[in-house]
Design a protein around this ligand. Structure first.
Ligand SMILES: C[S@@+](CC[C@H](N)C(=O)[O-])C[C@H]1O[C@@H](n2cnc3c(N)ncnc32)[C@H](O)[C@@H]1O
Length: 255
């Protein structure tokens, strides 16, 4: 087993990426600081617009060579910088989708001088036309009502009814609240449901997922739950401990 694999390295992603062999990664999932001034126990989200976009280009250029020729890339952004970053990425890759993550924010409070923003913008990019994509692994089962409405004999045994439908590009998944069991102590932890959909669709079984900004380690946990390998980086030592404990809790369940 390669020494860098199935580990979250507690270091700057730019430094760590240099040790990952080129063309070794099936799927890159990046959830970088958004450039909105969030507190991750470091200054990583305090850059001004110009410096933020420059830094983004820098880590993108360090990360993309790590992808295999049929690899894919998902990047979490907000509306603030997704236009500039998508233009930059479209010069390097093929854009497959813009996915809207509707965080299901309840209708109360919010902005008074604009419409309240309640979504993340996720870019899905591929290196080449033959990128790995396993649609069957992420189909959504039809609910009982739809199945009942299609119960006439012509539909009985219909393959499409049994295998479920293709997820659309709007993903409505609640952000994590204190009452959610998977919730950890990180300000922008992503739901496993979202990351697992990306992994099942875009990383072959036994493949490798790279996440340069692990945060609470959702990508590592999701990869292990899906039977994939992972590697990643995180600057904050406290979050690295959190990742270790989330992974250990998974091992306890398996044992
Ligand atoms: C948006 S959060 C990731 C959240 C993660 N997806 C999760 O579900 O918990 C971004 C993370 O990147 C880390 N970070 C910022 N700059 C970094 C760098 N240069 N190298 C490694 N990690 C960095 C921050 O400390 C923060 O935890």
């Amino acid at each position: 087993m390669t020494s860098w694999l199935n580990t979250v390295h507690c270091e700057d992603a730019l430094q760590g990426l240099a040790r990952i062999p080129d063309a070794s990664i099936d799927l890159l999932i990046a959830d970088p600081p958004y450039g909105l001034g969030k507190d991750y126990g470091n200054d990583s989200d305090k850059l001004d617009a110009e410096a933020y976009l420059q830094w983004t280009e820098q880590w993108v250029d360090a990360a993309l060579p790590k992808l295999k020729p049929n690899g894919s890339f998902y990047i979490f952004l907000t509306w603030r910088y997704s236009p500039e970053i998508f233009v930059m990425l479209k010069k390097r890759m093929t854009m497959i989708n813009e996915i809207i993550w509707d965080r299901r924010v309840p209708s109360m409070g919010g902005s008074t001088r604009r419409f309240s923003s309640v979504h993340d913008t996720i870019g899905f990019f591929a290196k080449a036309r033959d990128y790995h994509f396993d649609l069957d692994a992420v189909r959504i089962p039809y609910d009982a009502e739809t199945k009942k409405a299609r119960s006439r004999s012509i539909f009985v045994g219909a393959k499409w009814l049994e295998i479920g439908y293709n997820p659309k590009d709007v993903w409505s998944v609640s952000r994590l609240h204190r009452e959610h069991r998977e919730r950890a102590d990180h300000p922008t932890q992503k739901p496993l449901e979202i990351i697992e959909r990306m992994i099942k669709a875009s990383c072959p079984p036994d493949g490798i997922v790279l996440d340069p900004f692990m945060g609470s380690g959702t990508t590592a946990v999701a990869a292990r739950r899906c039977g994939r390998n992972f590697v990643g980086f995180e600057l904050n030592a406290g979050y690295c401990e959190l990742i270790d404990s989330r992974l250990a809790a998974l091992d306890d369940k398996v044992a």
